[in-house]
Design a protein around this ligand. Structure first.
Ligand code: ATP
Ligand code: MG
Length: 556
């Protein structure tokens, strides 16, 4: 079947769209109640799909481990029995710091099975990041392994630890995963909870400040399933690999929860990111449907290893989310990986809301983040919360009462919530094009005002990236007496290129010609790397502070 056969017309789809129909398909969500384990595993067994693989994992030694839905059900039932016996249950936060492993999946499903809330802990976190999250969430149990155990030493408060691989010599007090997995399976049916009950305890990425707590309710599941079907076009026949880390929203929502909701197979590569490793993994597992954050695509491109990859890969569809997907990368993926890549926009708070949908036919422009996902009415607002017409930049917002798929109800442990006059405010500046597609300009704080123009860093960065010497770049405003701000670009060069005034001038001129005479970087600084969050997002506010410091320096 060709890709085209799967594509529905966006307008037709919107006309037929009913959230109740989506909810009915996730059959456990009847009567306004649900259980995440039932939706992601139990119901597939009842539908006779127990032998389908839920997971194919490759460990760091190159061994391939698998779990069918039936095996996942059986193992999580034993762990759930053990958890319940320890008195854990509805609403309790259970955190894991585990590599991408079968044990991670079993732990998540067992947590959901007893109505508890799964809390991810990114494996690259140090003790401070862990302390903050465990303290905030009042986490009742941590599941980790020997490699990560030391990150829980010296915390202000540490819950009991269940150790995969058994207690290590210096932590004899820990509980043993093998004992827990030997427990008799739980008998109680999974508690069905109201759709506003949480099943995931997230924290935002902390790109512009302290991470904010987000408790994701069961009502998110229909939106997650829709995203997998429409934007990722995930099919039963796919070999799907979302390489995003399940310690963050993109990985946990759409490498684990989404595929399991659809009852298909997801792939884990335990080893950390390398371009070489990614290429080998895609070949070995004959991946057909791939997803990754823009930073991974940029590194793959800069490695030069993928240039002929389309000859050996079997990719049908690729997706990206989390940051703007540079236009240069879009054309590179199509040429080198041999399949279209679609940019998807979302937040930890809302999940994906605006996408270039692989399975829907609507205008798709390189550089635009697509159209609202069915179930959402997205609008652009001015500072007084008036809806703006196409062509005018403003804050992207969700019109809550006309968005039946919307589920975010506010942060946990925080006083201020981003709602106003019936809208959820994303804090991102976006422009709607005449054809209904949305164009990301930048985060509200990252917009540069130069000589009276408001310039989004994304356009400047895309343009800088078209220069062959550039691997990555970030644009910020630098204070300027005459223009208010001037644009400064920080540039990381590809291997083999040397920083020089001539090269800076060449890049500057290129952007000036291609983009505009007002939105080009008057200042270019070459750097070895850009400041990023642990999940790989560029932190422009740090560069902005650097630009301010360097501007002020000469007058001191
Ligand atoms: P924090 O809120 O803690 O500062 P964060 O906003 O980076 O961190 P996430 O929820 O992981 O935390 O990221 C959501 C943000 O990522 C969006 O608000 C937007 O700024 C950016 N983003 C996500 N997808 C895209 C995309 N496709 N194009 C452009 N930006 C995107
Ligand atoms: Mg945010």
């Amino acid at each position: 079947m060709s890709t085209q056969d799967h594509v529905s017309d966006y307008r037709d789809y919107l006309e037929r769209f009913s959230i109740d129909e989506v909810i009915a398909r996730l059959d456990d969500h009847r009567d306004g109640k649900a259980n995440a384990f039932e939706s992601c595993c139990g119901r597939h067994l009842r539908a006779g799909r127990g032998e389908v693989l839920a997971l194919v994992q490759e460990d760091t030694q190159g061994n391939v481990n698998t779990l069918t839905y039936a095996e996942l059900e059986a193992e999580s039932a034993r762990l759930a029995g053990w958890l319940a016996e320890r008195g854990l249950g509805v609403g309790d936060r259970i955190a894991c710091m585990l590599p991408r492993s079968p044990q991670l999946l079993v732990a998540i499903l067992a947590t959901w099975r007893i109505g508890a809330v799964y809390q991810p802990l990114f494996t690259a976190f140090g003790p401070d990041a862990v302390d903050y999250r465990l303290g905030r969430a009042d986490t009742k149990l941590v599941i980790t392994d020997h490699a990560n155990r030391f990150k829980f030493d010296g915390l202000s408060q540490c819950p009991p630890v269940l150790a995969v691989g058994g207690p290590s010599a210096d932590h004899a007090e820990d509980l043993d995963w093998a004992d827990a997995l030997a427990h008799t399976p739980i008998e109680a049916t999974p508690p069905r909870l109201g759709r506003d009950a949480p099943f995931l305890q997230m924290f935002t990425s902390g790109t512009v400040g302290k991470p904010k707590g987000v408790a994701v309710p069961l009502a998110a599941m229909p939106a997650f399933a829709l995203y997998m079907e429409l934007a990722v076009d995930l099919r039963d026949s796919d070999r799907f690999w979302n390489m995003a880390d399940p310690g963050w929203a993109y990985g946990l929502y759409y490498a684990i929860t989404g595929p399991l909701l659809l009852g298909v197979t997801t792939h884990f590569c335990e080893a950390g990111f390398s371009a070489e490793g990614a290429l080998a993994f895609m070949k070995r597992h004959r991946i057909t449907n791939f997803a990754a954050a823009p930073t991974a695509y940029r590194l793959m491109k800069a490695s030069g290893l993928f240039d002929d990859a389309h000859q050996t890969l079997e990719l049908r569809a690729a997706s990206s989310a989390g940051e703007p997907l540079n236009t240069e990368v879009v054309t590179w993926v199509e040429r080198s990986l041999g399949c279209p890549v679609m940019d998807h926009y979302g937040q930890t708070e809302t999940g994906m809301t605006c996408n270039n949908h692989h399975a829907l036919d609507h205008p798709k422009h390189v550089g635009a983040m697509g159209v609202p996902m069915p179930g959402y009415r997205l609008v652009i607002l001015d500072a007084e919360y008036n809806e703006l017409p196409p062509g005018q930049p403003g804050v992207l917002a969700v019109d809550i009462k006309n968005s039946p798929a919307h589920f975010f109800a506010g942060y946990t442990w925080q006083e201020k919530h981003p709602f106003a006059e019936g809208y959820y405010l994303t804090g991102d500046v976006v422009i709607r094009n005449e054809d209904g597609t949305f164009q990301f300009a930048g985060r509200d704080d990252d917009i540069i005002t130069t000589a009276g123009y408001r310039v989004g860093p994304t356009d400047v960065e895309n343009s800088v990236m078209t220069h062959a010497a550039v691997a990555e770049s970030a644009a910020v405003g630098q204070p300027d007496e005459i223009r208010g701000e001037i644009i400064k670009s920080y540039v990381v060069l590809r291997e083999g290129f040397e920083a020089s005034d001539e090269l800076a001038d060449e890049i500057r001129q290129q952007v000036r010609e291609r983009l505009s005479t007002h939105a080009f970087p008057r200042v270019i600084e070459f750097v070895d790397e850009l400041p990023k969050t642990p999940s790989g997002k560029i932190q422009r506010f740090k560069l902005r502070a650097d630009a301010v410091d360097k501007t002020e320096a000469p007058t001191q």
